[in-house]
Design a protein around this ligand. Structure first.
Ligand code: NAP
Length: 250
């Protein structure tokens, strides 16, 4: 299992206080990485779980609705742990309304958080990683990187854009020691999907389409993140890896 060992590695996980980000942070900690949790809410629960897994933890308070904190996040990580090996761009939001009624505010908020901040945080991280000649960047994409969906125009645009950005960054940085890849989660039980799960019709329709027969448990995403963060994926560049219970296969 040494191929998947993250001992001695330092990983930044955005939106690590809850949901998929928390599960990814805990999985990476269990594989040996020290974790920097970045977000706008308390990281206490994640910190406790990471420390229970035997790993170091540092919290950085930052609102990724703007790119203003991006450089400081990387600087504080390097000041705390001496380096940065892995960046997980997980923080993201969703706004739901019919396309015909969708507002500029809902467009901008989602694009700024899900796409613009991801690019500029990746740029800041890569400036450090390129100096060291190694690094792993993992973007949390979506099934909406492949499909259209309904009532989430800015979310679909941002996640489809994120798939393209993943490929572009992989093309620019693969030859310089940085792996850039993405994970496309299917339907997982988190705050992001509360509205869907509370709508009996949508919830049943989604469940009926998942070959695995159940919604994803956030813990089921950790293995893919550890894989893409580890030596096991050193020749993997620019992929968007679905972890979706078979949704896209149907
Ligand atoms: P979630 O529970 O809503 O988590 C979203 C995370 O992003 C939270 O930690 C949230 O912090 C953080 N965040 C949002 N806006 C932020 C901002 N301006 N600054 C800093 N942090 C911010 O939902 P989730 O499902 O775990 O989502 C994680 C990622 O997975 C997202 O990119 C989402 O699009 C993606 N995803 C989820 C699913 C799914 O089925 N759940 C499927 C596909 C993709 P707060 O708690 O403070 O708001």
């Amino acid at each position: 299992m040494t191929m998947f060992d993250l001992s001695g590695k330092v990983a930044v996980v955005t939106g690590a206080n809850t949901g998929l980000g928390q599960a990814i942070a805990v999985a990476m900690a269990a594989a040996g990485a020290s974790i920097v949790g970045v977000g706008r809410s308390s990281m206490d629960e994640t910190e406790a779980a990471v420390r229970k897994a035997g790993a170091g933890f540092h919290a950085i308070k930052a609102d990724l609705g703007s790119i203003e904190p991006t450089k400081d996040i990387i600087d504080e990580t390097v000041a705390t742990f001496g380096k940065l090996d892995i960046l997980i761009n997980n923080a993201g939001i969703i706004r739901r309304a019919d396309a015909i009624d969708f507002t500029e505010a809902d467009w901008d908020a989602v694009m700024d958080t899900n796409l613009k901040s991801v690019f500029f945080l990746s740029q800041a991280a890569a400036r450090h990683m390129l100096d060291r000649g190694s690094g792993k960047i993992i973007n949390i994409a979506s099934l909406l990187s492949f499909q259209g969906g309904i009532r989430i125009p800015s979310y679909t645009a941002s996640k489809s854009g994120l798939a393209g950005l993943t490929r572009l960054l992989a093309c620019e940085w693969a030859g310089k020691g940085i792996n850039v890849n993405a994970i496309a989660p299917g339907y997982f039980v988190t705050n992001n999907t509360t509205a869907l799960r509370e709508d009996p019709e949508r919830s049943a329709g989604i469940l009926a389409r998942i070959p695995a027969g159940h919604w994803g448990d956030p813990a089921q995403l950790g293995g893919a993140a550890v894989f893409l963060a580890s030596r096991a994926s050193d020749y993997v560049h620019g992929i968007v890896l679905p972890v979706d219970g078979g949704w896209l296969a149907r």
